[in-house]
Design a protein around this ligand. Structure first.
Ligand code: SF4
Length: 397
């Protein structure tokens, strides 16, 4: 933490090639700058072609300020019954325990907090938070977030966890942290020993690119997982960094290998300074279309848009329901196969295909006249043909 790059001068000493870019200075004045030596060491090329560089080094495009971007796109400040506690969903609350992060991500959604000044929750505020949690027994899940709580001293973080754990109606505690990615050396044996006292405890971290999965970050995740802490990952779709189906597949595969479950893939929030990172919603849907069927459900994140105006997370999926009737739902799978799922007590198939129909269509599936339509050539069909001498399509009809 002491050796982070905190100023443009320090950054230029490490990357002299960046000299002579006044917009870099202006972007660093607008949004805070901090890069750990470790994270800086992951930069392979100090330019916009490098995903690590893009996520941590201020860029001219951050100064682009379209009117639909704002400081608090999720309106968290409006859902704060006591300072530092966001209560949006009925059974969950999010506690902003610190405004410090090891690194200030250029795409951060909580820029109004993270790095605005570096401080942690005061004892009085923590008392107010605990009092609110006691008055609201419907809150069963508290997310300790920030900033990045794992940048706090072990003692300060333990004070927060102990205070939350003292509320009998809080079942689980979650920590949101990017420290395993940006400063994995912080995940010490001493920290993990403290954390394991507060089970059930979950950690959600924030890997965005396979280049962030290194020996060091793997070791950090291994330590946490070995302490029985389930790990999830929340990535943000970022243009030119990870908005690519094959790259996202690589990231998800690499995450499950280090025992981190891909949990959410976020559409970029409408926060100031991120216009150059934003992708069309259709890109996220396309990535989900690619992942489904190629990866096990365990390795597939849920694509969500955290809705503006505090609408909360809305899952967005490709369309898998093709048609419905009172008796059948017609689904499609990742191969393009259409199958008819009969509803409970569905009437018997309604008879032969409609007169003149050459082959079954969606209507025949929706009315129970046919049960599936399979593409002629799929790799699965090829395997079936090898084993049984007929393709999947031929077996169906
Ligand atoms: S670690 Fe999280 S809170 Fe901190 S700057 Fe990055 S995205 Fe924002």
């Amino acid at each position: 933490m002491r050796n982070r790059l905190r100023s443009v001068d320090q950054l230029l000493r490490c990357f002299p090639v960046l000299r002579g870019q006044p917009s870099l200075v202006r972007a660093a004045e607008k949004f805070p700058l901090a890069i750990t030596p470790y994270y800086a060491s992951l930069i392979q090329n100090p330019d916009a072609s490098d995903p690590i560089f893009q996520m941590c080094v201020p860029q001219a495009q951050e100064l682009n300020d379209p009117p639909f971007l704002c400081d608090d796109p999720l309106e968290e400040d409006h859902d704060m019954p006591v300072p530092g506690l966001v209560h949006r969903y009925p059974d969950r609350a999010l506690l902003i325990a610190t405004s410090t992060c090891a690194m200030y991500c250029r795409h951060c959604t909580r820029k109004r907090v993270a790095g605005a000044r570096e401080s942690s929750i005061s004892p009085i505020r923590l008392q107010q938070v605990v009092a609110y949690l006691r008055q609201h027994p419907e809150i069963h899940d508290v997310i300790v977030s920030g900033g990045d709580p794992l940048t706090m001293t072990t003692e300060s973080l333990e004070r927060v966890l102990a205070a939350v754990r003292s509320v009998p109606t809080v079942d689980i505690i979650r920590i949101g942290t990017r420290t395993p990615v940006t400063m994995p050396q912080r995940i010490t044996a001493e920290l993990v020993e403290m954390l394991r006292k507060y089970h059930p405890l979950f950690i959600n971290t924030h890997f965005n690119h396979p280049n962030e999965i290194t020996t060091e970050s793997t070791e950090a995740c291994t330590r946490l997982a070995d302490a029985g802490i389930p790990l999830g990952n929340q990535s943000v779709l970022l243009k030119g960094i990870n908005d690519d189906p094959q790259l996202m597949e690589r990231l998800c595969r690499a995450l499950v290998k280090i025992r981190v479950k891909p949990y959410y893939m976020y559409q970029c929030d409408l926060v100031r300074g991120v216009e150059h990172f934003r992708t069309p919603v259709s890109r996220g849907i396309e990535i989900m279309e690619y992942l489904r069927g190629r990866l096990s459900g365990l390795a597939i994140p849920t694509f969500v848009i955290d809705a503006p105006h505090g609408g909360g997370k809305v899952p967005v999926l490709p369309n898998y329901i093709v048609s419905t009737s009172p008796t059948h739902t017609v689904l499609r799978n990742f191969e393009g196969m259409l199958v008819s799922y009969p509803e409970p007590h569905a009437a018997a198939p309604a008879g032969p295909p409609a007169p003149g129909a050459a082959s079954p269509g969606v209507w025949e599936l929706a009315t129970g006249r046919a049960s599936a339509i399979a593409p002629a050539e799929t790799s699965r069909g090829g395997r079936r043909r090898q084993r049984h001498g007929v393709s999947a399509a031929e077996q169906l009809f």
